[in-house]
Write a protein of this length. Structure first.
Length: 316
């Protein structure tokens, strides 16, 4: 048997997760080990190489079957050259990830950022399987994004395409400053962090809401309160959904993707949230751009990263 396999590596701040996929994106084997960020860039890179060798050794596959290794990692990259320009989380600056791993592993190496890789994972082998054009939103601490057109990641001129969380969409009068320094970014209202902030502000203002009884408000508390009919929580969730829907209507006239895939913790609110987003999308999107378009939940969960990283070799 000489079936090709592809190794995907999802480099996180604490853990490096790895997976072996076949050519249709089925996850065959997983492995994980510590990133050891505190030991510096050399250790991180050597750990990645070591874990790649280990996952293949421990599998029933031969090294000769490896068609390449894809790396998903958070930070600002020069994607074509596989160079990490700046990753605050991992404390990596101007590190040639691709060059190091090519020498160490002697195979094809592709590097991309974690949000793009998660989008590719879902597009290739998750919610968007078989769909050539889709846009993914990950609603977590921030709003991550990735754009897949004709089956491939849209990287852009400076490797920063698909930063959907930083679309400046909230009007100035209501805008607050984003972590990126600009005003009114989507993630200030539609991320878990944004939802929590709006809830805490409402409580501090003395608004009448069941959230006053929650000690340390999480996004899930706000979503649950909204589902139970709490008016303040409902307003907050409506607002998060409104700007997501508006941003999708803009994406649709620009790119006309077939699917919007929504992942991350906030997406667990399910139909309750999706119905609201759909309503806004329906209202603001011109007929031709929305015809047949679906807004669907992500299905791979935490595996999107390793699957998408493996997919970089075939689809990156
Ligand atoms: Zn921003």
């Amino acid at each position: 048997m000489s079936e090709k396999i592809y190794v995907g590596v999802d480099v996180g701040g604490t853990t490096v997760k790895l997976g072996i996929c076949n050519s249709d994106g089925t996850l065959l084997q997983t492995y994980e080990g510590p990133t050891e960020v505190s030991k510096g860039p050399d250790t991180i890179l050597h750990n990645i190489a070591k874990y790649v060798k280990l996952i293949v050794e421990e599998s029933s596959y031969e090294w000769s079957q490896v068609g390449g290794v894809g790396i998903g990692i958070a930070g600002f990259l020069d994607i074509p050259n596989g160079i990490m320009k700046n990753s605050p989380n991992l404390n990596l600056n101007n590190i040639d990830i691709k060059g190091f791993l090519e020498k160490e592993l002697n195979t094809i190496i592709k590097v991309n950022n974690d949000a793009n890789v998660a989008a590719l994972g879902e597009a290739w082998a998750g919610a968007g399987r078989g769909i050539a054009n889709c846009v993914m939103y990950t609603l977590g601490t921030g709003v991550g994004g990735g754009i897949i057109i004709d089956g491939k990641i849209v990287e852009g001129f400076q490797s920063v395409a698909g930063e959907l969380g930083h679309m400046a969409i909230v009007p100035d009068l209501e805008a607050i400053q984003c972590g990126c320094g600009k005003m009114g970014c989507l993630e200030t209202v539609s991320s878990a962090t944004g939802i929590i902030r709006m809830a805490k502000e409402a409580v501090a203002r003395g608004d009448r809401t069941s959230l006053v009884e929650v000690e340390d408000i999480m996004a899930k508390d706000v979503l649950d309160a909204a589902k139970a009919g709490d008016e303040v929580a409902t307003r907050i969730v409506n607002r998060a959904a409104y700007y997501l829907g508006r941003s999708m209507s803009m994406m649709s006239v620009i790119l006309n993707p077939e699917y919007y895939i929504i992942g991350g913790g906030v997406a667990k609110a399910g139909d309750f949230l999706f119905n609201q987003i759909n309503e806004v999308f329906e209202k603001y999107t011109q007929e031709a751009s929305k015809d047949g378009v679906k807004i669907v939940p992500a299905v791979l969960g935490n595996n999107a990263g390793v699957v998408g990283a493996a997919g970089l070799i075939l689809r990156g």
